[in-house]
Design a protein around this ligand. Structure first.
Ligand code: GUN
Length: 287
């Protein structure tokens, strides 16, 4: 039996089209959505991500303000820019592309963004809101994974399922565990110190791989009929883009699987766009 391949590109397009429609409706009430995008330095991968985020804004009908700063920018200068954007009422969302050059403290930058403009969902206030179940912005990649499962497998019920998340980063693993808990899954977070990863993964109905190493999840980690979500974006020895999961072998036994590229990746931007919409709605209507 061969797995259902969940098409992240199509689902992200669907979400962007819904937002385009909602954005047009807001515009009739005189409300515009504005995202400020900040890139420091010239990391090629970050340049691609930022370009894609600005393109998505353009497609949906948001205004994007672009700040491309040299790698020599000081932390003080960056914090001053954030301060200016925090108090600019036109700006609904502020995104600082990570990673930042090593002389800038990422935590200090994240903490400086006003929580109601933190469309990445990285500010401790938004992370805390997720922990206690309050309203707030949720980190885009894990939010995208939930949408992938719900829209890609509409008859699948997450409630009561055994979910194993491999990876415990602040951006993916930790918020992912909280979102899965909110969906009433039974959640395990595995990481580099986990003993017998194969055994832990093998009991999962849902595996979410967010390790950042090519092909670490093999068919020996996966129970027959499991849903396998691959968050990894790696390059293999031949320079080809690949995930954390060995797609060829795992797709033979899984119920459903996400490809790399074209799985989780496009969902991150779609969820960022959704957070921007929510920010504008909150700033202009109070809901
Ligand atoms: N770098 C890698 N992923 C992300 C993300 O989701 N947001 C930001 N701002 N930077 C990133």
């Amino acid at each position: 039996m061969s797995a259902t391949i969940i098409d992240g590109k199509a689902i992200s397009q669907q979400i962007k089209d819904e937002l385009k429609e909602k954005c047009a409706q807001l515009a009739t009430k005189g409300i515009n959505v504005t995202l400020a995008v900040i890139l420091v330095g010239e990391d090629p991968a970050s340049q691609v991500y930022v370009r894609n985020k600005k393109r998505a804004c353009e497609y949906i009908g948001y205004k994007s303000l672009s700040y491309e700063l040299p790698a020599s920018t000081t932390q003080k200068e960056l914090l001053e820019l954030i301060d200016k954007l925090n108090s600019n009422d036109e700006v609904d969302g502020i995104l600082v592309q990570m990673p930042l050059p090593s002389h800038i403290d990422e935590k200090a930058v994240i903490n400086a963004i006003r929580p109601d403009k933190d469309v990445d969902g990285f500010h401790p206030m938004n992370v805390g809101a997720l922990v206690v179940g309050d309203k707030g912005f949720v980190s885009c990649t894990p939010a995208g994974v939930i949408q992938l499962i719900k829209r890609g497998l509409p008859d699948y019920d997450i409630s009561g399922k055994e979910c194993v998340i491999v990876g415990r980063s602040n951006i993916v693993g930790k918020p992912m565990s909280l979102l899965m808990l909110r969906e009433n899954a039974t959640v395990t977070v595995a990481h580099s110190k986990t003993k017998d990863l194969e055994k832990v993964c093998k009991r999962a109905d849902i595996i979410i791989a967010a390790v950042g190493r090519a092909g670490v999840i093999t068919k020996d980690h996966v129970k027959e009929g499991a849903v396998v979500i691959d968050v990894g974006i790696n390059r293999n020895d031949e320079g080809k883009l690949c995930g954390d999961v060995r797609f060829d072998e795992v797709s033979q036994i899984a119920l459903a699987i996400t490809p790399v590229p074209g799985g989780v990746g496009p969902m991150t931007i779609a969820m960022l766009m959704n957070n921007c919409y929510e920010a504008a709605l909150m700033h202009n209507t109070g809901v």
